[in-house]
Structure formats: C-alpha cells, structure tokens
Design a protein around this ligand. Sequence first.
Ligand code: FAD
Ligand code: ZN
Length: 466
Amino acid sequence: MSVIDALRGAVGAAHVLTDGDLAAYEIDWRKRYHGRALAVVRPASTPEVAAAVRACAAHGVPIVTQGGNTGLVGASTPDASGTQVLLSLARMNRVRSIDAANLTMTVDAGCVLQAVQQAAAAHALLFALSLAAEGSCTIGGNLATNAGGTQVLRYGNARDLCLGLEVVNAAGEVWDGLTGLRKDNTGYDLRDLFIGSEGTLGVITGATLKLHPQPAAMGTALAAVPTLDAAVGLLQLARARLGAGLTGFEVMGRHALGLVRTHFPQLAQPLPPANWTVLLEQSDNEGEAHARALFEALLEAALEQGLIGDAAVAGSLEQSRAMWHLRESIPMAQAAEGPNIKHDIALPVSSIPRFVAGTDAALARAFPGVQMVDFGHLGDGNLHYNVQPPAGVDAAAFLREFEPAVNTLVYDAVGAHGGSISAEHGIGALKRDELVRRKSKVALAMMRAIKQALDPQGLMNPGRLL
Ligand code: FAD
Ligand code: ZN
C-alpha cells in the first residue's frame, strides 16, 4: 500500500489533498518559503493524527505539522522536495471542557487562539495569551513556538499558560498528559520539552490551559517618549505604581509608526510623531474610575520627571482598541512596505538603550541609508529590531546581498549584551545556522540527544530548529 493510500485509510480520502491549489499550506506568512507537499492531511481527531503519523513512520515519510501557518521563521510549511506530508490541525478545533473552579480549560490543538479567548470570556474568565495573529494562529502553534505576545509582562508566555498536553509522538503513540495540576513533580517535564519544540518532537493534539479571572477594568494609554532610557525609566515607574496591574508595555519607534501612517492612513494616531511611543496597558480589579485615576497619576508623575512628553489615555473601549490596533498594524505596514530583515531579540531591559544606540550606529556605518523599524515588547526586554533597506534600492536584491552580514552584526551585538537571537518566534529554518553558531556545544549536544531519543527516524519537521 502506498503512503497516500495509508493516509486515506487514516483520515478519510476527502481529507488527503494531493492536487488543486495547496498554496495556502505551502507558502509561509511572510512569503519567503515556497514549498511543495506530497499531500496535505487534515485529521479531525487525536486517533486520526496517531494513525496518520503511524502511516508516515511506516513509509519513512517526513511530517510538517501546521496550525494557522502564521509562524515567522519558516517552520510550518513543507520544503520544496515534494516528499513531506503537511499535517494540518485546522479541523481539530473543539473546546473540550472548562473547569471554572480550577481555572483551566482543555482544548484541541487546532483551536484558533481568539476562539479560546472567547470561550474563556463566556465564563467570565481570561485566557491571557494575546498577539496580533490571534485571529488565525492556533493553540498548537502557540505552544510549539512558545509564543509570547503583548501580556507576557504580567502573565508569562505560552509555556506559563499551559498545564498539560496531549501529544502524538513520532511512533504514532498518544501521550495523555492533559492534567490541570499546578504542582506535579514526577520526573522530567515532558510538557516543557514539547513546548517550543516547533513540531520537531511530536504533534501536540490537545492542551490544558491556565485561565485567570477577568479584570474588572482595563486601561490603555499612549505616551511620547524622547529616548529609550526614558522609556525604561517609565517602565520602572509603571511597575512601582501599578504592580501586577501593569499588563502591557509596548514600544514603537518613529519609523515604525511612520510606516503605519503611510500604509494605513485611515488609522488615527492620537499623538504627533515622537522618537518613541509607548503603549501602556493596565488591568484593575476595582473598576473603571480607580483604573483611570491610577493611570493619570502615573502619567503625571512621569511628566514631572521628564520621562514623557505628550500622553493620551483611552476614554473608551473603542479608543483602547484603536491604540492596540496601531501597535498591531506595524507588522502589516512593514509587509506592505516590502522585504526587510527581521530580528526578534531578547535583552536585559536595562541594556536595551545602549544596545540600540550602539547597533543603530554600527548598522548606519556598515550599510548607509538603512532604516530601523523598531518596536516590541519592551516590558519583556523583547525588541523586534528590523532593518529596512535604504530608500530607492531594490529591497530583494539588498536582502540577497547583505542579509547575512546584517544578521552577523546584529547577533554579535546581541551576544555581547547577553541577549538571545530568538525571543518569541523560534528558530525554524530561518535561524537554524545561527543557532548552531551561537549556542554552546554542550547545549546543542543535549538538544540533539533529545531529538534522537524521541524521533529516531528524524521524520518530525526535519531541517527545522536543529
Ligand atoms: P504555525 O505557523 O502553523 O506553526 C508554527 C510552528 O509550530 C511550526 O514549527 C509548526 O510545525 C509547529 N506546530 C504548529 N502546530 C503544531 C502542533 N499542533 N503540534 C506540533 N507542532 C506544531 N509570535 C509571538 O510569539 N508573539 C507575537 O506577538 C507574534 N505576533 C505575530 C504577529 C503576526 C501578524 C504574525 C503573522 C505572527 C506573529 N507571531 C507572534 C508569530 C507566532 O509564532 C505565531 O503567530 C503563532 O504562535 C504560531 O501559531 P500557528 O498556529 O500559526 O503555527
Ligand atoms: Zn512580538
């Protein structure tokens, strides 16, 4: 029996796609990786995933697991060989159960993040993972990449919001680790091995997620900030004044918001252009008036200390959404502007001003005219430090010629400041060679030993991460 026939037996012939337009599965979100799948397989349940994996294992066929295909590092689409099976979890989108007293919910891995947020909200609870791709990314993809987003400062990243997993391993066996326990010291943490493994160790089919009570009120504000030093000062002040109430602290550079102004002129920008614009978000357990008073007092103190210039506090949910929409439109505005060189880096917050000043200057010397599209989750020490080719040059040609040298310059500086070359997007195909160059030999050897032990045939998302 051919592998295609075996897969048809596993999930039903209607859900094994081999011809027609499969581009949505084969091209990544950034349109940098154009692959070709042997077949697109769409299981509807965990037993069907297990049967599909067993069929591939028996035929020695590699598997690329895909959720919403919003990943940014070239790990969710097949390579160009036409030999890899693309396993899409899109049909596995059931909320299995909610335990309000235990503050947990168990879902299929193909559930779209926004649907999970809404299911929690229907019980007056909060699922605190939030990112611009939430309308299409899936919980499985969020966990496989250990996604971060805009509330990590308060609630942690995807890893911190997951208590249990169900996984189909490379042999096609089901591991039921769907526990809602907050304490469980019974040996190696298998859950944490699969979180952040980018589909290279197994297929996540279900997850038990950690929920929080919904805050009584939320507040959002924008503040114009003259320097990154001032932005870090504002962060310290906001932490001191709001404590756990500070749920978001995002920074947007002048050029990043300029791109939004160019490509989305219909979006109102409440503040005039500034070197840096900070978006603060606050959650409050008492109510609207309390939240607003705290926020206004914070901004007043920041103004007195010379940390901020103009500021605007959202007066309604609509205004708050509009502020977030500005921040979340930056990646789209960048995409509309054309190809650029992306860096998703983490640094100690205290080092960020020096890192940016030094690296901006070094880039300007080495590649005159490049424009910096800087934005990100300053509260987590995570910057999207992106380099746009000089105005008027052929961007694609610039990337072909200079991307490796730009990366080396940036990542050397990241290393010198004790940072990481991937804060939240992962390694994928994009940063695999950098990982080998920059991770210690001991760490790489342990990672390879884990891969070998759990996927001895090397069929789970080969060529990615390791
Ligand atoms: P995919 O893209 O389908 O897959 C990503 C990786 O996970 C691949 O390696 C894939 O093989 C693997 N995978 C997917 N599902 C499974 C599964 N069930 N089991 C095993 N492996 C699986 N990321 C952040 O961290 N923070 C952000 O703020 C953020 N903002 C973004 C904004 C935009 C506009 C976009 C397009 C992306 C953004 N991302 C961000 C990238 C982020 O990694 C993804 O959006 C999301 O976490 C991936 O989910 P997905 O379902 O689309 O996964
Ligand atoms: Zn981000």
